[in-house]
Design a protein around this ligand. Structure first.
Ligand code: BEZ
Length: 256
């Protein structure tokens, strides 16, 4: 979830587009959810909660869950679903030893100042509390990023100036967690080709809009369609199913 906000300020989050094109994000959170191992009665912060689907899942098992996200539109959707949620910047958290765990799914790669995030999470945790998360890791969506780069470069624009993401390597993220006081219990990168709910165009509209903002407005749609066409032979299979080359960074760490 990035810039100075939990999700990129360059990114407009829209709850209905998120529900249509990003529902799979929560559906694929099984591994990180079991790594968290939430217990009834625990107080858990869901950092970058989006529209609150996983916050709701935590609440459903008796966790006292709070969702935080920088997008007012997504927070409104989360609240409508009946969870406690507030707008907040993941790089500037103000909680003080309140949580048994901080959980985050598919959000940390939007927060460019990883050290500030980790410091805020550390402060938010009770001693012994855990930080369990999954996000995009090194090499994530590299086929898609390369296609965007090519299409923008062909049009005379440096392709990646609008890149809102930081995809960390496991070693470098472990070192960062340890340097900010965490004990790392496990951390690793996992390739996870991810089936998209439609064509990659919907994914680009929902997640990668900021790359195309360097273009004059009238050129954005044709460029977006050119990225879709460039990617078709690479990530659309014979059955017409589109696959994004996701690589996940998943970890569990503990505040001593
Ligand atoms: C991810 O979950 O890896 C991701 C989501 C949106 C944009 C880029 C990556």
């Amino acid at each position: 979830m990035p810039g100075d906000m939990t999700r990129s300020p360059a990114q407009d989050w829209n709850a209905s587009s998120y529900a249509k094109n990003a529902r799979f994000v929560a559906d694929l959170a099984t591994d990180v959810f079991s790594l968290l191992g939430p217990c009834p009665g625990e107080r858990i912060l869901d950092l970058g909660c989006g529209d609150g689907v996983l916050t709701q899942r935590l609440q459903g098992i008796g966790v006292d869950a709070l969702g935080v996200d920088s997008s007012p539109d997504l927070i409104e959707a989360a609240r409508k679903s009946g969870v406690k949620a507030q707008v907040g910047d993941g790089q500037n958290l103000h909680f003080d030893q309140e949580f048994d765990a901080v959980f985050s799914n598919a959000a940390l790669h939007w927060m460019r100042d990883s050290a500030a995030v980790i410091d805020g999470v550390y402060r938010a945790l009770k001693p012994g509390g855990r930080f369990v998360a999954e996000c995009g890791g090194a090499g994530n969506v590299k086929t898609i990023v390369a296609a965007i780069d090519r299409i923008l470069s062909q049009r005379g624009y440096p392709g990646l100036v609008g890149n809102p993401w930081v995809f960390a390597d496991a070693r470098e993220y472990r070192a960062l967690l340890e340097s900010r006081g965490f004990e790392v219990l496990e951390i690793g990168l996992h390739e996870r080709p991810t089936r998209l709910p439609g064509d990659v165009g919907g994914w680009l509209d929902t997640f990668a809009d900021s790359f195309l903002r360097v273009l004059p407005f009238a050129d954005r749609r044709p460029a977006r369609d050119a990225v879709v066409n460039a990617l078709r032979p690479e990530i659309c299979d014979r059955g017409g199913v589109w696959w994004a080359d996701y690589v996940r960074l998943r970890f569990s760490a503990r505040r001593p």
